[in-house]
Design a protein around this ligand. Structure first.
Ligand code: COA
Ligand code: AMP
Length: 650
């Protein structure tokens, strides 16, 4: 069944009126008219002659030939259009006890000053700038300053280790790095600068310049000749009256590269363009999130993730909203009422976070007692994404908040929701466990291995018919072939999402898991293949396998099995703890890799393939059947006992 048929079938099912169906149909039958109209919401130096050029790029390009500037649309046009004095950004940081508001006019001043500083260091159109930053306003200024001068930013999440940062430096070859002396995690100050130094040491390509924000919690030593103090540069530039204007770029020029986990240890550099990104994200603010310009919108994510890029920084600013940058956690900063405090204090109408954050709140304050202390009268909806929203968590949030709780499904590659419940078009009935229906522009199909469409309620691979809508990745950074091979080859004519699931008879999608080795830990996407590379690098390890096991809080956590080389006489416990340390050192704390289990052998098929799927089912206490091709069935019992000994699952 096509998505259109799914949508029609939902309508025929006697659903309440929502403009969704007609809007979806229009985007499908007249994509050029639909996206051409959406593009009128953006200010262009020169509009596109053609809304979509099917012959450009790997599968066509949106708004080819148009000239625009993302920073202009995020800031300048609001200053010019009467929002100069409206807050653009509220920085709320319980971990440092700081709150600060920047109006659109102040944002313009900060961003154009920083853009001038970057320009003076020789950064121009097409140059890459890496940001390795905590959740501070300067991270946003940095991203927008790059956009202003046509430079391409690449933000690396602070929870990644130096080696991961080095891999990204080598792939993006940045001219300049923006970083800070430290990040603040509850109970510990994370020294960023030594990690940056180590990454630059490890990298083959050395950035010429680093601009370091010295935070009062921990000062960093600066390397003479390469490192510069952010505040000193800012003061000098302001005193000299420096400011950089917006540089027109092609709609198809890259705005940013965001690395995401692939099926190997080498991350994929997802490219985002300027024009399509603005058009699609602006469209979502009213139509999907139901938010109006001038309202306060909050995404409790991190700027290191795509949700942070799209919904902390870009979309709310394109729409003239006030966005919130929250440097804290859902619990422990100081308590499980933190989210309610932020919503009440800043008058948020909508918030967006990962289900894991709500599971954390539910665990600490199951009765939701802390909510009673706050006035959430302006609050209208909760949006969840990043991992499957389990029905229990959704029901708990609905009961507590008495607002729509909307699960929506998307990926780093897409920049916005593939499936969701578009509140601005009229809410569709919520089905727990489903992110509702395909968004306009996405023709989603469920297929079998031979790319044949499956009927309702049959599980298969989830694919999207090409072309992908605006804002979706046009390619991987300087790797068109890897892009084709990873996403477009297996199902010709379609984009392979890597997710598995089904649609029901009403056309509602259900996203059930991945078809590759990627796991989702606390809403963070990680490659078990990448972790296996780290385990295998330990001198005493002969073979290994990493699986994701179910976890009440984080959804999944990684669990590593190691087989020691023959002749190794050291204690397995000691080696296991080294393995845990090694993953933290090589990938970073974000991997949350805490379980390593030594076994004498791994279960395999007769052709030598490790039976990770069966191991996962055993660990999750899910029903499983003995694989017909297994080499030695007794090994699965050994895995079961080893898991039991380590207190995992069962
Ligand atoms: N810099 C350095 N370290 C970081 C970091 C950062 N920016 N972010 C997280 N870490 C560290 C944490 O301190 C933790 O280290 P530890 O092993 O020493 O405790 C580790 O990485 C894992 O972090 P996290 O996944 O955040 O787990 P947690 O146990 O600290 O918190 C939750 C659990 C549920 C509260 C937290 O995961 C959360 O808020 N999740 C929301 C997810 C989210 O925003 N996803 C984005 C997509 S919408
Ligand atoms: P990321 O690229 O980090 O945003 O992770 C994308 C992956 O997270 C998707 O491919 C899914 O596996 C998972 N995911 C994101 N949102 C959802 C959702 N609402 N329901 C189920 N899985 C989701």
């Amino acid at each position: 069944m096509t998505t259109a048929a799914m949508a029609t079938s939902a309508k025929a099912g006697g659903r309440p009126a929502s403009r969704y169906y007609e809007v979806y149909e229009r985007a499908k039958t007249d994509p050029l008219g639909f996206w051409g109209d959406a593009a009128k919401e953006i200010d262009w130096y020169e509009p596109a002659k053609t809304v979509f050029d099917p012959d450009a790029g790997v599968y066509g390009r949106w708004f080819a030939g148009a000239l625009c500037n993302t920073c202009f649309n995020a800031i300048d046009r609001h200053v010019l259009g009467g929002r100069a004095a409206q807050p653009a950004l509220i920085y709320d940081s319980p971990v440092t006890g700081t709150k600060k508001t920047f109006t659109y006019s102040e944002m313009l001043s900060e961003v154009s000053t920083l853009a001038a500083i970057l320009r003076d260091f020789g950064v121009g159109k097409g140059d890459r700038v890496i940001l390795y930053m905590p959740m501070v306003p300067e991270a946003l200024f940095g991203m927008l300053a790059c956009a202003r001068i046509g430079a391409i930013h690449s933000v690396v999440f602070g929870g990644f280790a130096p080696k991961e940062l080095a891999t990204r430096i080598d792939d993006a070859t940045p001219k300049l790095v923006l970083s800070a002396s430290c990040g603040i995690e509850p109970g510990r100050v994370v020294a960023y600068k030594p990690m940056l130094d180590e990454a630059i040491n490890l990298a083959t390509t050395k950035p010429e310049t680093c601009i370091i924000l010295q935070r009062p919690q921990l000062a960093a030593d600066l390397t003479a000749g390469r490192d510069h103090d952010w505040a000193a540069l800012r003061t000098a530039a302001q005193e000299a009256g420096k400011s950089a204007d917006c540089v027109p770029v092609l709609a198809t020029d890259p705005l940013y590269i965001l690395y995401t986990s692939g099926t190997t240890g080498k991350p994929k550099g997802v490219v985002r363009d300027n024009g399509g990104h603005m058009v699609a994200l602006k469209w979502t603010m009213k139509n999907l999130y139901g938010v109006d310009p001038g309202e306060v919108y909050w995404s409790a994510s991190d700027v290191g993730w795509v949700v942070g890029h799209s919904y902390i920084v870009y979309a709310p600013l394109f729409h003239g909203c006030t966005t919130i940058l929250y440097e804290g956690k859902p619990v422990g900063t100081p308590d499980a009422g933190a989210f309610w405090r932020v919503i009440a204090e800043h008058g948020c109408v909508t918030m967006f976070t990962a289900p894991t954050a709500f599971r954390a709140i539910k665990k600490e304050d199951p009765a939701g007692k802390l909510l009673g202390q706050y006035d959430l009268s302006k609050y209208r909806a909760l949006f969840l994404a990043g991992e499957r929203a389990d029905p229990d968590t959704i029901a708990w949030a609905e009961n507590l908040l008495k607002v729509p709780v909307i699960d929506h499904w998307w990926q780093t590659e897409t920049a916005w929701a593939i499936a969701g419940n578009p509140l601005g078009l009229g809410e569709l009935p919520v089905k727990h466990g489903s992110p509702t229906v395909a968004m306009p522009g996405y023709d989603v199909r469920i297929v079998d291995e031979g790319c044949h469409e499956l009927e309702a309620n049959k599980m298969g691979s989830i694919v999207i018919k090409l072309p992908l809508p605006p804002a979706n990745l046009p390619t991987l950074w300087q790797q068109d072939d890897r892009f084709r091979e990873a996403y477009l080859t297996e199902f010709p004519g379609y984009y392979k999402s890597g997710d598995a699931g089904f649609h029901d008879e009403d056309g509602y999608l259900f996203i059930m898991g991945r078809t590759d080795d990627i796991i989702n830990v606390a809403g963070h996407r990680l490659s078990t293949g990448g972790m296996e590379e780290v385990l295998a690098s330990h001198a005493d390890v002969a073979e290994c396998a990493v699986i994701g096991v179910r976890d009440d809080l984080k959804g999944e956590v990684p669990c590593g099995f190691i087989v020691l080389k023959s002749g190794v006489s050291r204690s397995p416990v000691e080696i296991e703890s080294e393995i845990v340390g090694l993953v933290r050192e090589k990938i970073g704390p974000v991997a949350a890799f805490k379980i390593a289990i030594t076994v004498s052998r791994l279960p395999k098929t007769r052709s030598g393939k490790i039976l990770r799927g069966t191991m996962k089912k055993i660990a999750d206490s899910d029903p499983w059947t003995m694989p017909a091709t297994i080499d030695d069935p007794a090994i699965l019992d050994e895995i079961g006992s080893a898991l039991k000994q380590h207190g995992v699952g069962q």
